[in-house]
Design a protein around this ligand. Structure first.
Ligand code: 6PG
Length: 471
């Protein structure tokens, strides 16, 4: 489409794949004058076709596209994360002016976003990292959005974001997250929690199928019922539906035709890596990442099952006890993610408002769940809360789940049913609720072989013992 000099658009989208196109259509539905750019003419045709009722038009010529925008210009990038973001920025830079705003809405690594913020600041450009969650449907009808960057620049686009985001009641699922790369950081942790909950649901599936002998349609019934109660969540809702889906080729349940090898794009791994960097444990997320990786060793698993023999994994637990175990572990997964945000906020001076983050995750995003209301309430009551387990209301919920949780997890362990996320979650809980850990021994060992010193419980300072003199 040629540039139309008389018309200036409020916002321009770069990348008209499904996500970019859907978000743009969402904005047009809300009455904003928006346009898009893509090198691929086919994408522009799709936009113009789907946006017919709004007379949406797109550009394949970047210069005309840029000059069609109001100033300061607001550009949203929805292109694959990585080097493509840098090459789009390089193409844009000579065409932009001081005060213009570039918003990267892909799943970029927050350290890339930090670098880009710094580089573009030198040219007077505002660079935003904005996590968007909710997939294609979310982009079209209401995602959860996590923008971070310059607050004044945010205010230029705030009305657009408030209008297109998902709503819980009248609350939009978008908020200003904080400075720098905080938006992408928070989205990364969202994905870490997403990995953990998906893994826990997969382990529940394994328990129902291999521990209790349930069929796919029985499992559908269990998940459907759970989703009507305290476990209500987007992930459980879509999972229930998976159990009913038939393969058109074989007429079998499609799930049974899918290889047991899970893939990933990396955001879960990044969460684990950062947690190690910040020395803030998120074991349920780590197990979720590791278990996707372990799933890929199919041949090895097959040969080792032959070597060690197939286990009799039948267990005697009730569905209610399993529900307790899942609720307990799900709470713990959110708690670990929030704890990581607390630590990152201190370390990177993000000044994160945990209650606001919980609030915008209640709708639109992949980890939306009824329980997020409880998290929101806990941080709203006390936004300096270090760990979710410190909230009295959450403590009461957890206490009510512990008996079923222990029974379920110990039964699985005794029978040889692999449940890495459940097991590590419970042992994380048991450790974080223990006043004196056996870690004094580790300090003694370090001092024994490396003179690394230790601290004493009865006086301040660091000490070293001549351990070899012991005998
Ligand atoms: C979302 C999702 C989205 C994407 C994940 C998938 O919030 O909408 O998290 O960002 O589906 O990146 O991640 P994996 O491919 O790593 O599972």
């Amino acid at each position: 489409m040629a540039n139309n000099d008389s018309k200036k658009y409020k916002l321009g989208m770069i990348g008209l794949g499904t996500m970019g196109r859907n978000l743009l259509l969402n904005m047009a539905d809300k009455g904003f004058s928006v346009t898009g750019y893509d090198k691929d003419r086919k994408m522009i045709s799709k936009l113009e076709e789907e946006g017919k009722k709004h007379n949406l038009e797109g550009f394949d010529d970047i210069e005309s596209f840029i000059s069609s925008l109001e100033t300061p210009r607001t550009l949203i990038l929805l292109v694959p994360a990585g080097p493509i973001v840098d090459s789009v920025i390089a193409e844009l830079k000579p065409l932009l002016s001081k005060g213009d705003i570039i918003i990267d809405s892909g799943n970029s690594h927050f350290t890339d976003t930090n670098r880009r913020v710094d580089e573009l600041e030198k040219d007077g450009l505002h660079f935003f990292g904005m996590g968007i969650s909710g997939g294609e449907e979310g982009a079209r009808f209401g995602p959860s959005m996590m923008p971070g960057g310059d607050k004044q620049a945010y205010n230029v686009v705030k009305d657009v974001f408030d209008a297109v985001a998902a709503k819980v009641g009248t609350d939009p699922c978008v908020t200003y997250i904080g400075p720098g790369a905080s938006g992408h950081f928070v989205k990364m942790v969202h994905n870490g929690i997403e990995y953990a909950i998906m893994e826990l649901i997969a382990e529940v599936y394994g328990i129902l199928k291999n521990g209790l002998g349930y069929s796919n349609s029985d499992i559908y019934q269990v998940f459907k019922k759970w989703n009507e109660g305290r476990l209500q969540s987007f992930l459980l809702e879509i999972t229930a539906e998976i159990f009913l889906f038939k393969d058109t080729e074989t007429q079998n349940d499609l799930l049974d035709q899918i290889k047991d090898e899970a893939r990933s794009k990396g955001t879960g791994k990044w969460t684990s890596e950062v947690s190690m960097e910040l020395q803030l444990p998120v074991p349920t997320i780590n197990e979720a990442v590791s278990n996707r990786d372990l799933s890929k060793f199919k041949k090895l698993r097959v040969s080792l099952e032959e070597a060690f023999g197939k286990k009799d994994t039948k267990i005697a637990v009730t569905v209610d006890e399993l529900e307790d175990a899942f609720y307990f572990s799900m709470i713990s997964a959110y708690a670990q993610g929030m704890h990581l945000l607390v630590q990152a906020s201190k370390e990177y001076q993000y000044d994160l408002q945990l209650q606001e983050i919980a609030k915008i995750w209640r709708g639109g995003c992949i980890i939306r769940a009824k329980f997020l209301e409880d998290i929101y309430q806990a941080y709203d009551k006390n936004n300096a809360l270090e760990h979710l387990f410190g909230d009295a209301g959450i403590q009461n919920i957890i206490k009510g789940t512990l008996s079923g949780t222990r029974k379920t997890i110990s039964a699985c362990i005794n029978s040889g049913l692999g449940i890495p996320a459940f097991a590590s979650t419970l042992t994380y809980f048991d450790t974080i609720t223990t006043a004196r850990m056996p870690s004094n021994l580790i300090q003694a060992q370090r001092d024994f072989f490396g003179a690394h010193t230790f601290e004493r419980i009865d006086k301040d300072g660091v000490f070293h013992a001549d351990w070899n003199k012991l005998s």
